[in-house]
Design a protein around this ligand. Structure first.
Ligand code: R1P
Ligand code: URA
Length: 358
């Protein structure tokens, strides 16, 4: 199986000058935050081991303490560096695909197994590697790790800390993380797939703020523009759904945080809500969900490429309640999975190289 070629890698690297402009913009917005970030130079272990020197694309983590630990328990996945050979188990991982629900990620794992033509030994089924805990579900399907992250940023943050350590201990190279989610659309038909070009918080700021040692640390939330672009080009003429690019607003809550009037509390009017959604639309926001900001900021901080692809379950311009049929919901939630499957097939050079053939 051919993975990403040196040529492609070079293209990715060449893309980074474009990325720098975005970082410049980010610095401008971050300047207005009263936060401080731990300086990477203080946190980076100066004594990179041989392995890291030789491998530019290997996952590196900015935590010198990890190298002093005799054992690291990935508690929420019931994995440990002393009881599992993580490099042997996960060393070939190229994509980490994440969704909120353990059930949806199980469906995705089965789907990807078929899409990538991964053969399991006769009589074997895909197993949830984290089945000793009910916190998250984790599947490995060839070069793809499929993991659930629960709802909200605290939950996705814990998953990312542990899965980042997993890919680090496994010495994975050139890994891409993709969140495949559901969302509320703004000015889009329900069932539209939104590829995020930018993620912002509920105040339109592209930063993830996290209190550390009593101080607010602001991490810029940056997605990889080339991956977003590649995903967008995984559209097929016979798709019954649209794929659009847009800004994703990531909120702390599903109800008031997303300007719904149907929560347990609401002290604003339908008109206030409408004006907020219209202002969001005018600023390029096309959907709302609850994990992308932490996802983009954490992975950018880890120097790992990432993307966010979500289907919209409703158009928030027309209401708050999600009342589609179960069948429609099932069909909608596989749409971003299909787009991501095409993207991965393309990157893995399966099927036609020139297109996103399914
Ligand atoms: O569909 P997933 O990926 O679970 O995510 C979305 O759905 C949940 C709300 O219903 C939030 O977590 C939101 O981000
Ligand atoms: O409206 C919605 C739908 C799904 N997920 C969200 O966060 N919001």
């Amino acid at each position: 199986m051919g993975f990403i070629t040196t040529k492609q890698r070079a293209r990715d690297v060449l893309f980074w000058p474009g990325m720098n402009k975005q970082i410049e913009k980010m610095i401008i917005s971050v300047r207005y935050c009263t936060s401080t970030e731990v300086q990477p130079s203080r946190m980076t272990d100066s004594k990179n081991d041989e392995h890291e020197k030789d491998n530019r694309f290997v996952v590196k983590l900015k935590n010198p303490h990890l190298k002093t630990m005799t054992e690291d328990v990935l508690y929420h996945f019931t994995l440990s560096t002393s009881t599992h050979d993580l490099q042997d188990m996960f060393g070939d991982v190229k994509f980490v695909c994440c969704s909120g629900s353990p059930k949806r990620i199980a469906v995705f794992a089965e789907y990807i197994r078929d899409e990538l033509s991964i053969k399991l030994p006769v009589g074997c089924t895909l197993e949830n590697i984290a089945n000793k805990t009910d916190r998250y579900a984790l599947y490995k399907i060839g070069p793809v790790l499929a993991v659930s992250h629960g709802m909200g940023m605290p939950s996705v943050s814990i998953m990312l800390h542990e899965i980042l350590k997993l890919v680090y201990y496994a010495k994975c190279k050139d890994v891409t993380f993709i969140r495949i989610g559901t969302s509320g659309g703004i000015g889009l038909d329900a069932g539209t797939v939104v590829v995020s070009d930018k993620v912002v918080d509920g105040r339109f700021r592209p930063v993830f703020e996290v209190p550390i040692l009593g101080k607010v640390v602001a991490r810029p939330a940056i997605l990889h523009p080339q991956i977003a672009n590649d995903l967008l080009h995984c559209k097929k003429p016979d798709d019954v759904f649209k794929i659009v690019v847009g800004t994703t607003m990531c909120t702390l809550d599903f109800y008031e945080g997303q300007a719904r009037v149907d929560g347990a509390f609401c002290n604003y009017t339908e008109q206030d809500k409408k004006e907020f959604l219209q202002s969001a639309y005018a600023q390029g926001v096309r959907n709302m969900e609850m994990e992308s900001l932490c996802f983009a900021a954490t992975l950018h901080h880890a120097d790992i490429k990432c993307a966010v692809v979500c289907v919209t379950l409703l158009d928030r311009m027309h209401g708050d309640q999600i009342s589609m049929s179960h069948d429609e919901y099932e069909e909608f939630q596989v749409r971003p999975q299909r787009v991501v499957a095409r993207f991965m097939r393309r990157k893995l050079r399966l099927g036609s190289q020139a297109s996103c053939d399914e």
